[in-house]
Design a protein around this ligand. Structure first.
Ligand code: CUA
Length: 361
């Protein structure tokens, strides 16, 4: 019966189409379009030992799966062709049942493959498991705090608090103590680590290490509200000397504002901004504190050195005067659900604020 053969061919074609579809979806999801310039991040383009271990495991498992797929589909297609019904032949094919040797073989072979995958996975876990925190100078600890919708970074040993830009030294293990201020987020920089959930009132540990200087983009990987897609981050890996310079800069309060920047400072200090933001060395001390988790007070990022960061608005916009203007004019228009409301600032105030914030290097 020709009809039966056509159905088999159609099913095989449907399977191939479904597989191609799934593969393209996986590739597209691995390469989100970012507002920032640079290579779209891919977990298959690792730049550190943690993500390297994950990418290697993925590749090995993929190769094993492709070989199994080719053998199984090859045998299926061969059998369908070899034992197809022939015109005029209405007899039943030879019926066979049971072959102990085959049955033992196809029970043991998959079991061995599954054991091999288990060993490979456990081995990878050993590599990506959190590193024990030591006083070792080859390590750095950063507390990573997810907020709706931006990432806060605290360096407890260096007394630095920043957001969106995570600056790290090349070649050092950076221990991440990941938590959340509000809902569940997930910290993921595909080229440096695997996804790690950020829960409120709990610390999940992970680590990253960059092999060379570079910029690596990250994306919150757990649906966390209307601006989940706008919750981005960037990891900037610097040589030790550049990193030390950055630390020095961050530990020094910005110089007193003068000229137009001083006008902006006045707008900042006399307006609603100080209710939610902190600028060290000034009266603005409104950024999120641990107790705000229970009080529900709205709070925002520490802006002490906002002028030195590469991006604003949770990593949605590059940090340029034009983008700052756009952001200050209508935050919820840029980032849906933004906790920072539209303050209906005058153009004059926006210009002054942009000059001031840009001066906070
Ligand atoms: Cu935070 Cu999604």
């Amino acid at each position: 019966m020709i009809w039966f053969q056509r159905k088999q061919i159609r099913q095989a074609l449907q399977l191939v189409i479904a597989l191609v579809g799934m593969l393209s979806f996986a590739l597209v999801s691995a390469s989100p379009a970012f507002a920032q310039p640079g290579t779209p991040p891919s977990a298959l383009d690792p730049r550190g030992p943690n993500s390297q271990a994950i990418a290697t495991l993925f590749t090995v498992v993929l190769i094993i799966a492709i070989v199994i797929f080719a053998i199984v589909e090859g045998l299926l297609l061969f059998s369908a062709w070899r034992f197809r019904s022939k015109a005029g032949d209405t007899s039943e094919p030879k019926q066979i049942h049971g072959n102990t040797r085959f049955e033992i073989a196809w029970t043991i072979a998959p079991a061995l493959i599954v054991i091999a995958l288990f060993v490979l996975a456990v081995n990878t876990l050993q590599t990506i498991n959190p590193r024990p925190i030591t006083a070792n100078s080859d390590q750095l600890t950063v507390k990573v705090i997810g907020h709706q919708w931006w990432w806060e970074y605290q360096y407890p040993d260096l007394d630095i608090t920043t957001s969106t830009d995570l600056v790290i030294p090349v070649g050092k293990v950076v221990n991440l103590q990941i938590t959340s201020f509000d809902v569940i987020h997930s910290f993921w920089v595909p080229q440096l680590n695997g996804k790690t959930d950020a829960f409120p009132n709990r610390i999940n540990a992970s680590w990253i290490k960059a092999d060379a200087p570079g910029t690596f983009y990250g994306q919150c990987a757990e649906l966390c509200g209307p601006s989940h897609a706008n919750m981005r981050t960037v990891v900037i890996a610097l040589d030790q000397a550049d990193f030390d310079r950055w630390v020095q800069g961050q530990k020094t309060n910005p110089a007193a504002a003068t000229g137009d920047a001083a006008k902006g400072e006045q707008v900042f200090m006399t307006g609603p901004c100080i209710g939610c933001h902190t600028i060290e060395g000034t009266a603005a001390q409104g950024s999120c504190k641990p107790e705000d988790q229970t009080t529900g007070r709205v709070c925002g990022p520490n802006l002490t050195h906002v002028g030195s960061r590469t991006s604003i608005a949770g990593g949605t916009l590059n940090n340029t005067a034009g983008n700052l203007r756009r952001w200050l004019a209508d935050p919820p228009g840029i980032k849906a659900g933004s906790k920072m409301p539209n303050l209906n600032l005058s153009q004059q105030d926006i210009d002054a604020l942009v000059t001031y914030l840009t001066s906070l290097q």
